[in-house]
Design a binder for this molecule. Structure first.
Ligand code: HEC
Length: 193
């Protein structure tokens, strides 16, 4: 008879592992280091604001470019320039223009030239802008701002009203400019070639 019987050892280990669980070990675990606190629902709600490219998560409300223009001049223009064209020496950068430049030697990446989905602009602006007072705008104002920015390059018309239904239907100029590598690279694409 061998000194070490792997099957007996495995069986003993299984018993050792399962016995405490069977006795309700989870109840007996220490409570933890006692750090932090439960996040209140109101705090979670403030962060639970992601909008997917198809528009899932967009809130009620609406706005047009005409309405958004007023908010833009007050809250965005100092950093992003008149009509989103950017201001020399200010870090906000341009939000508009650059359409048709992406495949050139000097690509200008803006919301209007580069971003594949208009819904992302709503998510980003509501979440992060104005830079110094993020989440200070209401949803109507954000819909209006997106409409205004898109209208500058003719992606929507000045009178178009954007809301949870119409915003996801907006076709961005660079909608098909991204290469999808998941679940595998496109057949025509050669890495390094
Ligand atoms: C105090 C200056 C400031 C103000 C005011 C401001 N922004 Fe910005 N914004 C920035 C900076 C700086 C960035 C770049 C942030 C980064 O890259 O992390 C930025 C980035 C952005 C972007 C992303 C651009 C891109 O191509 O990645 C958008 C969209 C935008 N801002 C919209 C707005 C809108 C709309 C307003 C008005 C509600 C606004 N911003 C007000 C400074 C500002």
């Amino acid at each position: 008879m061998s000194m070490f019987d792997p099957r007996a050892a495995a069986a003993a280990l299984a018993v050792a592992l399962s016995a405490p669980l069977a006795a309700g070990a989870a109840d007996k675990l220490p409570a933890g280091p006692g750090l932090g606190q439960d996040a209140p629902a109101a705090l979670v709600a403030k962060w639970d604001i992601s909008i997917t490219p198809d528009g899932a998560g967009l809130p009620p409300g609406s706005g047009s470019a005409l309405q958004g223009a007023l908010v833009y001049v007050r809250a965005c223009q100092p950093c992003h320039g008149p009509n989103g064209a950017g201001v020399t020496g200010v870090t906000g950068g341009p939000l508009t223009g650059g359409i048709g430049t992406l495949a050139t030697d000097q690509p200008v990446k803006t919301v209007n030239s580069y971003w594949p989905y208009a819904t992302t602009a709503f998510d980003y602006i509501r979440r992060a802008m104005p830079l110094t007072t993020p989440q200070s705008l209401n949803d109507d104002e954000v819909y209006g701002l997106v409409a205004f920015i898109l209208s500058i390059d003719g992606i929507v018309k000045a009178a178009d009203v954007l809301d949870a239904k119409t915003l996801p239907a907006v076709q961005m100029p660079n909608r098909n400019g991204f290469v999808n590598f998941w679940p595998e690279p496109p057949k025509a694409f050669k890495i390094g070639g």
